[in-house]
Design a protein around this ligand. Structure first.
Ligand SMILES: Cc1cc2nc3c(=O)[nH]c(=O)nc-3n(C[C@H](O)[C@H](O)[C@H](O)COP(=O)(O)OP(=O)(O)OC[C@H]3O[C@@H](n4cnc5c(N)ncnc54)[C@H](O)[C@@H]3O)c2cc1C
Length: 504
């Protein structure tokens, strides 16, 4: 990944500063051990053996729970945005989520640092539903730089916000931290205000597929198994669960030099004085280095805290574990056990010796395991590393992502990256859209998941409304609706799709 080349203040580097050897490097065990990451391929325990047997489950009739226009599977950032966008276009929408809340990793995973929504000039390019969510959060539930400073290169301002995860490369960015409970509440309200129907505590187990077209899905709940029929299904599970089970091709190769494949369960420490910790880090670099060295000697994998939306709460989004599969249940279990041990170890280490942490306590281990990557769908088109320097704008662009560093222009995201190859009536949105591993490092971020979710929701509703399959849709119709819903598209696309309307 480019972070290594981008200099010591890039977003990628902040999250993956352990990867000092450059993109694609097979970094040595010592780098991982010293700096907080298990080397890829290394794992703490072997998977338990399983009996080499099968069981023939008998076929059965199951009740139909609903017949709907649009079924959205997964209520993370992508699924939430998809449900809202489709319902606002008048589609009958059912959003199915396995847990008891919306927001996915941005709430239940305690990934409360919402990454960059501005480009390097300070332009607000991930907006639409993403922008609306950020604007509608209560003021005390969001902390980040004021709008007037977005894109600022003022050294003092950038230094201040760099400590608070909102300035990279000496440029202030719109990347706030938020209160996860407030985002849960707001997400539920917006889904319900859009008149999308929400079903919690239901795990989609399998797609219903006929002749290569997805007709809905089967879910499991406390009531057993139910079917949902839908004209269009949006897989926003984060893992392309439905697409993979429908026979859609997926990719799972990784960039070993990037953290995008790492798993861990994040946690919050309460009772903290974060300003005191930040002052220590800034004013006593030797003391800070010595503290981190002691922590590593004690725990092997040792993390620095991130700021949160409050001074008395610290966020830990690591230690990041590698060599595990996010779609293997034994691995998921092992990662949670390991993350718990490390969280408890961090609390002890910080309480003992970190300025600002004398009264710290383990406030919350994330209810959802932190999966950064499992599968990526193979789509009609995909975002790749080669695209970054070119500034290519896809004709079927459905959104624009900030690039990883100021040396690259903004990244155009095509509608084709949401369309699984060889399957009909299903769209993918969120962290499993079609891209290469390098591009996955930023396309998986929360704002980008809101972006692709909103686009998938718009496309699904337009498909239902026009009686067409998603892949037959005119990209301009999707683009016009996205602009109407407040999303940002490249100026050339916006001009092209708005021109005919203006002439009418
Ligand atoms: C530790 C960590 C740190 C990160 N750091 C950042 C960061 O600093 N900033 C940033 O912007 N992003 C960050 N990310 C990335 C970001 O959090 C995720 O990539 C993003 O949340 C993905 O959104 P999504 O909607 O695609 O999936 P998810 O957020 O995973 O949501 C998927 C939802 O679908 C549900 N679901 C899954 N399968 C099923 C099923 N079969 N049936 C029903 N429901 C199902 C899940 O319960 C979940 O609620 C980080 C991720 C991790 C793990």
């Amino acid at each position: 990944m480019t972070s290594d080349k981008d200099g010591p203040t890039g977003r990628g580097v902040r999250e993956s500063e352990i990867f000092r050897d450059g993109p694609g490097t097979n970094f040595s065990n010592s780098i991982g051990a010293e700096q907080g990451l298990e080397s890829f391929g290394e794992r703490s325990r072997a998977r338990p053996a399983r009996p080499n047997k099968t069981f023939a489950e008998s076929a059965r009739d199951i009740p139909v729970y609903a017949e709907t226009d649009v079924l959205v599977v997964g209520g993370g950032p992508a699924g939430t945005a998809a449900a809202i966008a489709a319902a606002r276009l008048g589609a009958d929408v059912l959003l199915v989520e396995r847990y008891n809340h919306l927001g996915g990793l941005s709430t239940g995973g305690l990934v409360i640092w919402i990454d960059r929504m501005t480009d390097w000039s300070g332009a607000h390019i991930i907006r639409g539903i993403a922008g609306e969510l950020m604007e509608r959060l209560p003021k005390d539930a969001i902390q980040g730089p004021p709008r007037a400073t977005w894109g600022s290169r003022d050294a003092a301002s950038a230094a201040y916000w760099a400590q608070r995860t909102a300035a990279y490369h000496g440029i202030v960015t719109w990347s706030p931290t938020i209160d996860p409970e407030a985002l849960k509440t707001l997400s539920m309200r917006m889904v319900s205000q859009a008149k999308a129907r929400l079903l919690l505590h239901a795990w989609c187990a399998a797609p219903i597929v006929q002749d290569g077209a997805v007709k809905g899905a089967i879910f499991e709940s406390k009531e057993g198994r139910h079917a949902v029929f839908a004209q269009v299904t949006i897989d926003a599970s984060g893992d392309a669960d439905l697409i993979a089970r429908a026979g859609g091709q997926c990719e799972s190769d990784i960039d070993t030099g990037d953290i995008h494949h790492c798993i861990n369960t994040a946690f919050l420490m309460g009772g903290v004085d974060m300003e005191r910790w930040l002052a220590f880090r800034r004013d006593d670099p030797d003391g800070f280095a010595a503290f981190m060295a002691r922590g590593r000697a004690r725990l092997k994998f040792f993390e620095k805290p991130f700021v949160s939306w409050r001074n008395d709460v610290a966020l830990f989004m690591g230690p990041r574990l590698a060599g595990y599969s996010a779609i293997n249940v034994d691995d998921l279990t092992a990662v949670d056990l390991r993350s718990r041990e490390l969280a408890v170890g961090h609390v002890e280490a910080y309480r003992t010796a970190a300025p600002g942490f004398a009264d710290a306590f383990l406030m919350l281990g994330a209810p959802q395991i932190g999966v950064r990557h499992s599968r990526r769908l193979v789509g009609r088109s995909k975002v790749t590393r080669e695209q970054w320097p070119t500034g290519r704008v896809f004709d079927d662009e459905i959104g624009v992502s900030p690039s990883l560093s100021p040396k690259f222009p903004n990244i155009s995201v095509p509608y084709g990256a949401l369309l699984p190859h060889g399957l009909d009536n299903i769209l993918g949105a969120g962290r499993h859209i079609a891209c290469d591993p390098s591009s996955h490092s930023f396309l998986r971020e929360i704002p980008q998941c809101w972006l692709t979710g909103q686009a998938a929701g718009v496309a699904a509703a337009l498909a239902v409304g026009s009686g067409r399959r998603p892949r037959e849709l005119d990209a301009a119709a999707i683009q016009r609706e996205l602009l109407r819903q407040g999303a940002y598209l490249s100026p050339s696309i916006a001009a092209a799709v708005q021109a005919p309307a203006a002439a009418e």
